[in-house]
Write a protein that binds this ligand. Structure first.
Ligand SMILES: Cc1cc2nc3c(=O)[nH]c(=O)nc-3n(C[C@H](O)[C@H](O)[C@H](O)COP(=O)(O)OP(=O)(O)OC[C@H]3O[C@@H](n4cnc5c(N)ncnc54)[C@H](O)[C@@H]3O)c2cc1C
Length: 660
């Protein structure tokens, strides 16, 4: 490890990005290395890079630029990193405070304590991934169930539809619409601020909170029933699990989305998931849904059959105020991340034409056979099974583990220092992507991101940590915006034994992407290929529903600099490949996209995506969905026609039939 002077010289000669690529691991995995690239040193390094120097030295305009929106928090973070004079941050902070003047107190609508409901008039809405834009007539920010009830009744009286938003991380158009009503479950400044702010649970906000409410026995395991406010975030829940006055290391969810900046109402509505063959979706964990219904009344659904419709219904039943989840007793994950050569992580299926760019030297048939057996063991036996390929890298990153760690060995992970580093690292990459990297060719952007990502991830170490920590092993994800398309491909049976899974479908789906990336002249994959193995689902509209032998959950991610047309063409090419697979009976597998991710505007099997999903992929599920909604509506004293108040144009197109 050199000193700062030596590093500055290196950056001067090669540029910061190349230095990160070559020396990333050395820099991000030791306290000395971390110190070298943190705080004031980072400023020195950015100054040393001839390309980045203007960004480090020019006082950043307090006005947001089209390239990078500098929010108050961003400016404070830049100031902390020494990239900005603190008086600029402070003055901009004041102008952000001015923005709060736009938040108004509604003259008629009241919270439970009689205080006015907050709202903003005609505020432009954008989702995190910048694929959805609209201007609702009103954006409400309620803090109590009573407030939500008032809003729904008001919307109904004013002939407006009303939909919620959590952290706004979904890419599909599942939010509100022009001229309608949006309920922001979190304050807009929390969701729009980078780097992420992650506030603790607000005791004044009755839509946030975590409470153990009972016990239940399931599959021979005694579980806790836990009521979670729909506006509670994953980060707040993670902290609660470890807090002595909360879950006290006793309870955890068995699966979750990796990212901590997600609301529970937001991840339940479009049926989100984690990894591991024994796990279904988050919505499968739900025992009770509480929501404000079309009459503006509070309604709960806990009947086991109906919960399968109410959890994961895209917000069509109303505004969810809380979910009661089944929690598992806390266990301890023993993470053993590895970075094997690409061909040995997920071996190519038999006879697959491996692209020439992938180095297969010194990979023998015996190596591939051994690696295939290992891959299958990961799929079938691991508690959590996940693989990453960062574009053009010779190695993959394998994150497969069991929950067989001992409590006495367990430590929080990542540590506070590592968390801070990951948060600053992702934020720095976002700044680089928005500035210097934007001028570079796509492939260079991809390679630089990939080498930094590989450098920042642990490898060949054992980390024992509470399960909830292992599920959220990577932090700071909020700080780096991406685009993302994901498919849930059913694992078919083997031709020689219909009761056994044929894992080669995962190998094929994985290698089809790698080959496509190397074969094309452009470079649309600039972040990652990620694959997880998981179970099926009992949730009515889950894309994993009916996947008896498991699901290959696979996705492609890129940065926001990738030209839209290039990314769209790539998504279509990959969707065509993933939808072309057949089972041993010769019938196409029912591969379906993740509802919350990118699929709109594509064609599936030569039909517009919406038509394919409605008329083919979910043709057997929609009648059950309609029956479930109808039964719930009847219990609440309204009809499915009344549910239109919670719909939007996309959901009308998909599920128009259920409202009849
Ligand atoms: C970087 C990144 C990583 C991700 N990783 C994963 C992953 O590992 N696994 C996975 O499955 N998904 C993943 N996702 C997708 C993500 O989990 C979903 O987009 C999720 O819906 C986001 O939660 P949110 O709080 O941002 O909700 P939003 O995106 O704001 O809302 C999602 C939907 O829920 C509805 N909704 C929100 N709150 C309520 C409520 N109270 N009542 C009724 N309806 C409501 C909204 O109307 C919208 O239709 C990832 C997304 C990102 C950006």
């Amino acid at each position: 490890m050199g000193d700062l002077e030596e590093l500055v010289e290196d950056v001067r000669a090669r540029g910061l990005a190349r230095v990160f690529a070559a020396r990333g691991r050395e820099l991000v995995t030791s306290p000395d290395g971390l110190r070298l690239i943190a705080g004031g040193n980072l400023r020195e390094l950015i100054r040393a890079d001839p390309e980045l120097r203007p960004f480090a030295d020019d006082p950043v305009s307090p006005k947001p630029t089209p390239r990078l929106t500098l929010t108050r928090r961003t400016l404070v973070a830049l100031a902390a990193a020494g990239l900005l004079e603190s008086n600029v941050a402070v003055s901009h902070g004041a102008s952000m405070r001015d923005a709060h003047r736009y938040v108004k107190h509604h003259p008629d609508l009241r919270e439970a304590d009689g205080s006015p409901v907050w709202y903003v008039d005609a505020a432009g809405f954008q989702n995190w991934g910048r694929t959805v834009r609209n201007t609702p007539a009103m954006t409400f920010v309620p803090r109590t169930k009573h407030g939500v009830r008032e809003i729904v009744k008001w919307a109904r009286a004013n002939h407006k539809t009303v939909r919620a938003a959590g952290y706004r991380h979904s890419w599909s158009d599942v939010f509100s619409a022009d001229g309608q009503v949006l309920i922001s479950m979190l304050p807009p400044e929390v969701v729009e601020t980078l780097p992420a702010v992650e506030p603790p649970i607000d005791p004044q906000n009755r839509l946030q909170g975590i409470q153990l409410v009972g016990r239940v026995r399931e599959d021979g395991v005694r579980k806790a029933l836990c009521r979670i406010g729909a506006a509670t975030t994953n980060e707040q829940f993670r902290r609660w699990c470890l807090d002595e006055s909360g879950g006290a290391w006793k309870w955890t969810v068995p699966l979750n989305v990796i990212m901590v900046e997600i609301t529970w109402g937001g991840s339940n509505a479009p049926i989100c998931h984690g990894a591991g063959l024994q796990h279904k979706t988050l919505s499968d964990l739900v025992a009770e849904v509480e929501f404000v219904n079309a009459r503006g009344e509070l309604q709960t659904v806990s009947d086991r059959r109906l919960v399968r419709t109410a959890a994961g219904c895209f917000g069509l039943l109303g505004i969810v105020t809380s979910l009661t989840l089944k929690l598992d007793p806390m266990t301890y994950a023993a993470l053993r991340p590895e970075s094997p050569r690409l061909a040995l992580a997920v071996p190519p299926p038999a006879g697959f034409p491996v692209p020439r760019a992938v180095d297969m030297r010194k990979v023998s048939r015996a190596d591939l056979k051994r690696a295939t057996r290992r891959f299958i063991r990961h799929c079938e036996r691991d508690y959590y099974a996940e693989w990453f390929w960062f574009p053009y890298q010779e190695n993959a990153w394998v994150n497969c583990w069991r929950n067989d760690g001992a409590r006495e060995d367990a430590q929080p992970y990542p540590s506070e220092e590592q968390t801070a580093m990951q948060q600053m690292g992702t934020f720095l990459v976002q700044i680089l992507t928005d500035t210097t990297w934007a001028r570079l060719p796509g492939r260079t952007q991809a390679e630089m991101f990939a080498s930094l990502a590989m450098a920042g991830l642990p490898s060949d170490v054992t980390i024992v940590t509470p399960l909830i920590e292992a599920l959220h092993f990577q932090r700071g994800i909020q700080n780096f915006r991406v685009r993302d398309m994901e498919f849930e491909i059913p694992i078919p049976p083997r031709a020689d034994n219909r009761r056994r899974p044929d894992w080669s479908i995962c190998q094929r789906a994985w290698w089809d992407v790698i080959r496509n990336v190397y074969e094309r002249a452009d470079a649309p994959l600039r972040v990652a290929l990620e694959m997880r193995v998981m179970g099926g689902s009992r949730v009515t509209m889950a894309p994993q529903h009916g996947n008896r032998l498991g699901t290959c959950s696979i996705e492609i991610l890129t940065n926001l600099r990738t030209p839209a047309r290039e990314w769209r063409t790539f998504m279509q090419d990959i969707a065509n490949l993933w939808m072309s697979y057949k089972g041993p009976d010769g019938r196409p597998l029912n591969a379906r996209p993740h509802w919350a991710k990118q699929w709109q505007g594509l064609t599936f099997r030569r039909r517009p995506a919406i038509r394919h999903l409605r008329d083919r992929a979910y043709a057997e599920r929609i009648p059950e969905f309609r029956a479930g909604l109808r039964a719930i509506a009847k219990q609440g004293g309204y009809t499915t026609r009344d549910l239109r108040i919670f719909s939007n144009p996309l959901l009308d197109d998909l599920f128009g039939a259920v409202f009849e």
